[in-house]
Design a protein around this ligand. Structure first.
Ligand code: ADP
Ligand code: TRP
Length: 321
């Protein structure tokens, strides 16, 4: 089974990235032939600072490896080391109906949030389709917000196969229902672009402050809360805490007499403990950057071997050889 996923170096990684995509991807590396990459071409649609992009790539590499991505078990690389992604993108663009891209929620959401509607932002799903198709990927682990992009990829692959003959494997998204949409500190989907994230790594004090600032309702402490399962802190606690602690806190809220402050403290403790081993691993990796760069260089070499073959296959199919 060929597995592939990517993550943009557009800011610090957060709990939504971790539970929505990184954890499932790390688990899948045991089950197949996995390719994971840092989508720095994609980050050009919203980040216009070269030095930040460079630094973010390093941070994503450190974060992902600290969390358990194992370069011995998967191919880990940065997108721009494989220029064939962009070459294949062009071949796919001419078979992508405008309407398909116009319907993409992610594009519409980004415009609504004030991002400038540049052509790259609009064409972004075609680059993502190339990323996926160029490795003959079968399974794409992502959070729910990316499902539509994998569907676009399927449509484009099918259209190419119909037009030029069987060329691409048609992939499937893999979404974990329980973590499909991780809520942010304001209750909306946690996202780098909503400024509502809880980062995976960083100094203790500001992170504690962030968690203590989780938005709760105004009901008094003594009031029973029968809807405790919908509380953001409870939902996050179910991800980072033990089942016992999470259900105990939920029950206490239901019963009444348990304050939101104590709940948030329990959440912070669970979160801090959960990422303790990863923090240590990250420090070790950061002290050995040569190794990290070597992982990405070797990953690029392996990825390119596959990408050049599939790119050639596509060029042959459409008469560009
Ligand atoms: P962001 O929305 O913060 O910019 P990305 O678009 O870089 O995050 O997402 C990288 C991966 O993490 C994608 O697979 C995406 O679906 C997943 N992801 C991001 N936020 C969440 C979330 N709140 N819940 C579940 N998955 C998420
Ligand atoms: N678009 C994805 C995101 O913002 C990142 C990405 C780029 C990706 N190419 C991909 C994910 C290919 C999966 C497969 O999260």
């Amino acid at each position: 089974m060929r597995i592939l996923s990517g993550i943009q170096p557009s800011g610090a990684l957060h709990l939504g990235n971790y539970f929505g995509m990184m954890r499932p991807a790390i688990d899948l590396q045991e089950q197949g032939d996995a390719y994971y990459f840092i989508a720095n071409y994609h980050s050009m649609t919203s980040l216009f600072d070269a030095e930040k992009r460079r630094q973010n790539v390093v941070d994503v590499a450190l974060d992902f490896m600290a969390c358990g991505l194992d370069p011995e078990r998967c191919v880990f690389f940065k997108q721009s080391d494989i220029p064939e992604h962009t070459e294949l993108t062009w071949m796919l663009t001419t078979l992508t109906p405008m309407g398909l891209l116009e319907r993409c929620h992610s594009y519409k959401d980004k415009i609504a949030k004030g991002l400038s509607p540049n052509h790259g932002l609009f064409a972004y799903p075609v680059l993502m389709a190339a990323d996926i198709l160029i490795y003959d990927s079968q399974v794409v682990p992502v959070g729910k917000d990316q499902k539509q992009h994998v569907e676009v990829t399927r449509d484009v692959a099918i259209k190419f196969n119909q037009t030029y003959g069987d060329t691409f494997v048609v992939p499937e998204p893999r979404i974990r229902e329980e973590t499909a949409v991780v809520p942010g500190i304001d209750g909306q989907k946690m996202s780098k672009s909503y400024e509502n994230t809880i980062e995976l790594f960083g100094a203790e004090k500001p992170l504690r402050k962030k968690i203590m600032s989780l938005v709760m309702d105004s009901r008094g402490m003594d009031e029973p809360k029968p809807d405790a399962d919908r509380n953001i802190a409870v939902q996050l606690l179910k991800l980072v805490g033990s089942t016992e602690v999470a259900s105990a806190c939920e029950e206490r809220l239901r019963a009444g007499g348990y304050g939101y402050g104590d709940l948030k403290k329990a959440l912070f403790e669970a979160y801090w403990t959960y990422f303790e081993p990863m923090r240590q691993k990250r420090e070790e990796l950061a002290a050995n950057m040569d190794y990290v760069y070597e992982v990405l260089a070797k990953g690029a070499q392996k990825a390119r071997e596959v990408a050049t073959v599939v790119n050639q296959r596509a060029k042959r199919a459409c008469g560009l050889d």
